[in-house]
Design a protein around this ligand. Structure first.
Ligand code: ZN
Length: 254
């Protein structure tokens, strides 16, 4: 919330009305910031998935080629799954937004007076004095595109400019997961046995802590806390899978 004096200057009023929101939100939730966060979260998923998978298979005392195969299969399966999920959800959300905006547009055409009253009421509910609210609602309602944009933001809570590209989201999800999944698998292309297990654990721990702090930095929460959380999640997942791998491995080979 902007902190301004209560003097009803023009900019103050604009801030209170949320007119300045467009400029501010497009800077805040720029595509960069959003996709960076999605990428970091996706890489975190890939990391936890494959540090578990690699250590689980290694725990079953499998040879290097088996661990590499399992790790690569896990990387591809997870990356495709993430991409498909992202594709479907972004497309579904897009359709929902488009439909809601179409409904609102139709309402604006069929009953502009009622929509203008509705807009004035929304500004009054936000603490704008009655007369100012009526004035702003009248000005904004004089242009269909502006009115539609305002109704979408205030009434529906939708940012009409933030229509995502499903394809781009799918591709970046794929690579984010793949990169995270590749990290704990990398040592197995160079070494094997206990050395590779230790290397996977070290790489996995360092990457989990780094991704965790990045999440903390991007979300504005404590970096130490998010790093610890990510590290714990990875350790629990990998520990359990390793234990299961050890158990099953012993049973099938004996
Ligand atoms: Zn409306």
């Amino acid at each position: 919330m902007p902190t301004t004096t209560d003097r009803p200057t023009r900019s103050n009023l604009a801030l209170r009305l949320g007119l300045a929101r467009k400029a501010r939100t497009s800077r805040h939730r720029d595509v960069q910031g959003n996709s960076t966060r999605a990428a970091v979260l996706g890489a975190g998923d890939g990391l936890i998935t494959n540090v578990s998978l690699v250590l689980g298979v290694a725990g079953a005392s499998a040879a290097g080629p088996a661990v590499r195969l399992a790790g690569l299969a896990g990387l591809l399966a997870g990356a495709f799954s993430m991409a498909a999920g992202e594709l479907v959800s972004v497309r579904a959300q897009d359709e929902l937004v488009r439909r809601e905006i179409a409904v609102e547009s139709e309402e604006l055409r069929s009953d502009p007076e009622e929509e203008q009253r509705e807009l004035a009421a929304m500004y009054r509910a936000r603490g704008v004095p009655e007369e100012d609210a009526a004035t702003v609602a009248r000005i904004l309602s004089s242009d269909h595109a502006v009115a539609l944009d305002t109704h979408a933001r205030l009434e529906l809570g939708i940012d009409p400019d933030a229509v995502g590209s499903a394809g781009a989201a799918g591709v970046s999800s794929f690579f984010a997961f793949a990169i995270g999944a590749l990290l704990p698998l990398l040592p197995w292309f160079f070494i094997s046995g206990t050395a590779a297990v230790v290397a996977s654990i070290v790489v996995g721990a360092v990457a989990a802590a780094a991704l965790g702090s990045a999440i903390g930095a991007l979300t504005g929460r404590g970096m130490l806390r998010t790093a610890a959380r990510q590290l714990t999640a990875a350790a629990v997942a990998a520990g359990v899978t390793y234990a299961v791998g050890t158990l099953i491995g012993t049973h099938t080979t004996s």
